[in-house]
Design a protein around this ligand. Structure first.
Ligand code: 4AD
Ligand code: MG
Length: 467
């Protein structure tokens, strides 16, 4: 075969230099046609769009043509021609075809229209479908949006450790990391495991959040963000929970509650806008095939002013709705942790806009949140989104050493692993605030997919770690 340098299909479809000789490589999506002429739709992952290869049957070896089946990998040399019927501006009149990889009829992606459940069982092949190709390209673009947003605002990308000895959220949902022989554990006279001989010489786990290390960095570099995998051993089998998910956690010195909320709102709008600008073809596909209201919803969020709602007022609205006959599965009272049905009522029915809820009862929030004067509430914020519920959790941090210590003691948080965190309050403490955005929750919103297992390549959930 003549050696012509490869053009990615995304670039090829924009070309208008008809008559040029080109090479494309990719996987066959479909093949149709007559005895005289075949049309092969080829995709190389660079775009949702296929390029149409026109094959004059008489010019090619019969045995080779038999190998052009759905899923096969081809290299094609041919002439770039203006297309009349393929839905694209350009197509390729094939001159030479090499089958790089054959694909027999055991290939599970023969036909279109597989269920999401089935595709989860073949997560190693699902990136080759239109839907998952679109989702993973958008996932990449959202990561770029995140880095761009913070870089342009002068935040530094800071890497928190994945293995840690502290439980940031204090919720005890950590996966333990050990090299000890689990069949032969050394224990003391009380039956407690002795960790001296474990790899780290102490009990260690996978991080649930990079926040504590992020706070150290913010009180030195001013403004930082972390972006990495986090792990939660919570046994929640829901369409919004993963055991391994990615979190973006900015932390800003000298920011107060209003500045925190502004940052949350500006950040999400930037990301959604980025998707609208950079992922047009993929969004149009998802809008057509997955969720007809998707693009409109994305546009409306970019335009909306997010509602800022103290928890106490939110409870009042919910109680009024209940008095008028609205039914919820879980009870509503001051002090309750809102369920996703309550959050979605506020966002989707009552305000019909994203809501930033603030000033939660301290009992339902983490130890590090700044306490209000009332002694009952803390300066925590949750950003609540249509379809998703909570997409961001954040807060102003308690900067007073004494108040923080009192809270740590009240909640019985193991102090010996926290000494380094408390040093931020001991040495030049400062007001600061930050938040965590669940990357896959953002992707659920941006793609219109309904199950979080379908916006991460290899989902980790209770009783599932295949692939
Ligand atoms: O509200 P969370 O637990 O807050 C924190 O971890 C703080 N330390 C963040 C901070 O202030 N720096 O989690 C933050 C976000 C949630 O709003 C949600 O979007 C996502 O992380 N999240 C999950 N996403 C997928 N699966 C799970 N199991 C998640 N748990 C939280
Ligand atoms: Mg939360």
């Amino acid at each position: 075969m003549e050696n012509i340098s490869r053009t990615k299909i995304v670039d090829l479809l924009k070309r208008t230099d008809f008559g040029a000789m080109v090479n494309v490589k990719g996987w066959v999506r479909t093949r149709r046609g007559s005895k005289q002429v075949n049309f092969v739709a080829l995709n190389d992952g660079s775009t949702i769009n296929n390029v149409q290869i026109v094959v004059d049957v008489a010019n090619f070896d019969e045995e080779m043509l038999k190998l052009i089946t759905t899923g096969a990998c081809l290299s094609v040399n041919g002439e770039l021609v203006e297309s009349v019927g393929s839905g694209q501006a350009a197509e390729i009149q094939a001159r030479e075809i090499e089958v790089l990889g054959t694909c027999d009829n055991t290939y599970p992606l023969q036909k279109k229209g597989h269920s999401m459940e089935f595709l989860r069982e073949i997560a190693h092949l699902r990136p080759r479908t239109n839907t998952f190709g679109a989702v993973y390209r958008i996932r990449h673009n959202m990561a770029m949006a995140i880095h761009n947003f913070f870089h342009q605002k002068g935040f530094f990308y800071f890497n928190a450790p994945i293995i840690t000895a502290s439980d940031c959220e204090g919720a005890g949902q950590m996966f333990q990391v050990t090299t000890m022989n689990l069949y032969d554990l050394k224990k003391d006279e009380n039956g407690s495991i002795i960790y001296d001989d474990d790899f780290f010489g102490k009990q260690a786990s996978l991080t649930v959040s990079g926040q504590l290390e992020g706070e150290l960095a913010a009180t030195a570099l001013g403004a930082i963000y972390t972006f990495g995998p986090t792990f939660r051993a919570e046994n929640s089998n829901t369409p919004r929970h993963l055991a391994e998910f990615w979190m973006v956690e900015p932390e800003v010195a000298f920011a107060d509650l209003a500045e925190l909320m502004n940052l949350e709102e500006e950040f999400i709008k930037f990301c959604v806008n980025w998707a609208l600008e950079h992922c047009k073809d993929d969004l149009e596909f998802l809008n057509k095939m997955v969720d007809k209201g998707l693009i409109e919803r994305l546009q409306s969020v970019v335009k909306a002013d997010f509602v800022r709602l103290p928890y106490t007022e939110g409870i009042k609205i919910l109680e009024e709705a209940i008095a008028k006959g609205r039914k919820f599965e879980f009870p509503v009272y001051w002090g309750c942790d809102l369920a996703s049905e309550h959050e979605r009522f506020l966002v989707e029915e009552h305000f019909q806009k994203p809501v930033i809820m603030t000033d939660y009862p301290k009992e339902i929030k983490a130890f590090y949140m700044k306490q209000n004067e009332d002694g009952k509430t803390v300066q925590g914020t949750d950003v609540l989104f249509p379809q998703i519920g909570e997409i961001i959790g954040g807060s102003v941090r308690e900067e007073s050493y004494d108040k923080l210590m009192t809270r740590i003691k009240e909640l019985d948080i193991p102090m010996k692993d926290m000494w380094w965190y408390l040093d931020t309050r001991k040495y030049g403490t400062c007001p600061h605030a930050g938040f965590g955005l669940g990357f896959e929750r953002l992707l659920l919103f941006v793609t219109g997919m309904t199950n979080i297992r379908d916006v991460i390549p290899f989902p980790r959930t209770p009783r599932n770690a295949e692939f």
